[in-house]
Design a binder for this molecule. Structure first.
Ligand SMILES: Cc1cc2nc3c(=O)[nH]c(=O)nc-3n(C[C@H](O)[C@H](O)[C@H](O)COP(=O)(O)OP(=O)(O)OC[C@H]3O[C@@H](n4cnc5c(N)ncnc54)[C@H](O)[C@@H]3O)c2cc1C
Ligand code: FES
Length: 332
């Protein structure tokens, strides 16, 4: 396909142009539609739709976001993986997310790695400079192209559009991890796509914000905290950062400096195996216990799916989170 094609969404009836190499998700968001999605990388199935007319190819045919039943039906597609091969009509229910049509619109981004450092074994920080500033909302992520054309989601750890900071935890045997941990170096060119993500900072009411980060889930939480502290009247922000052992904690001095500079920001380190200066336990449990002391809060979470899933239900049942005010990214 070498020219844009028209995609129509049903039942809303809205249409948009999808360019060569663009997914239906990206083109729909770029056109200002409230396309439903979460991971943008084929694993969660939130963007699943039915192809009513036309033909698509998948960036990742085996994507976990489609189950066996979907595949048997033959007409189920993941909008985040689907490259149209001509005009298409797709049935998908648009998201009912307030402000979705005003979110920054995703596009291709060329960037250069400026800084790369190892924070602790198995965790790197890198900063890259996009060719043009990339406005994004605190807590959003981009897709990074890895060798072979696959894409992996990584969240920005900062808020300024001129440089994008990332914190990545190595997944042993992972394709993206191998590239980032063995090959990536300062000066390398990167191909990114974004920004994406709906777990971004909402302008808070006066109620406190509770932020829970597991491992490299710290990246979007740092962005959310930085964004909140820059507000004209920041709410109280409580960050809970969890790790399995003391050796897995990172950026602690930077966060302590932030806490010293902002009296509305507090940091609690939580280490499963125990560590000096940290609460012993699971970060989700410690944060939920702290929420008991609050009247009501906004809740932000990022990190391993197990942490998010174990914390979500008790948080909803606690009656401590304001309605519709839980925002999270599962690092699938
Ligand atoms: C919204 C979001 C934000 C994230 N932010 C961060 C972050 O800031 N820091 C961080 O460390 N991690 C983050 N992750 C997790 C990250 O995207 C990777 O899943 C993780 O780093 C492991 O990638 P890998 O390539 O090393 O492992 P792999 O096992 O090779 O791949 C893991 C993931 O890649 C995708 N995938 C696998 N095979 C294919 C394929 N053939 N084609 C296309 N996609 C494929 C799937 O989504 C799979 O879950 C985030 C994930 C999501 C969904
Ligand atoms: S958004 Fe497409 S599978 Fe998650």
């Amino acid at each position: 396909m070498s020219a844009p094609v028209t995609i129509r969404i049903e039942p809303s009836g809205e249409s948009f142009a999808c360019g060569p190499g663009e997914t239906i998700l990206r083109a729909g968001l770029a056109a200002g539609l409230a396309m439903p999605y979460e991971c943008a990388s084929g694993s969660c199935s939130s963007c699943k739709g039915t192809l009513l007319e036309g033909r698509t190819e998948s960036r990742w045919p085996e994507a976990a976001g489609l189950n066996e039943r979907d595949r048997r039906k033959g007409d189920r597609i993941l909008c985040c993986q689907s490259l149209p091969q001509g005009e298409c009509v797709v049935k998908v229910r648009l998201a009912q997310v307030e402000g979705a049509r005003e979110e920054p619109r995703p596009a291709a981004i060329a960037a250069t790695v400026e800084v790369l450092e190892r924070l602790v074994p198995g965790v790197i920080f890198f900063r890259c400079r996009p060719e043009r500033p990339v406005p994004f909302l605190p807590g959003q992520f981009v897709l990074l192209e890895v060798p072979g054309g696959q894409r992996r989601a990584y969240s920005m750890a900062n808020t300024r559009p001129e440089t994008l900071d990332f914190i990545v935890k190595e997944k042993p045997g992972g394709h993206g991890s191998r590239y980032l941990f063995e090959d990536l170096a300062a000066g390398d060119a990167l191909r990114l796509e974004g920004p994406y993500g709906r777990a971004y900072l909402r302008v808070p009411a006066a109620r406190p914000m509770v932020c829970i980060a597991g491992g490299s889930g710290l990246a979007p939480m740092l962005s959310v905290v930085e964004g909140a502290m820059a507000l004209p009247a920041p709410p109280p922000v409580m960050l809970f950062f969890g790790a399995n052992s003391a050796g897995e904690l990172f950026m602690v001095d930077e966060m302590r400096a932030l806490a010293a500079a902002h009296e509305r920001f507090s940091l609690t380190l939580v280490v499963r195996d125990g560590a000096p200066g940290a609460v012993t336990g699971l970060v989700g449990d410690v944060a939920l216990a702290a929420m008991e002391e609050l009247e009501e809060c906004d809740l932000y979470m990022a990190g391993p799916p197990g942490l998010i899933d174990a914390t979500l239900r008790p948080a909803m049942r606690s009656g401590k989170v304001a309605p519709g005010r839980i925002f999270f990214d599962r690092f699938l």
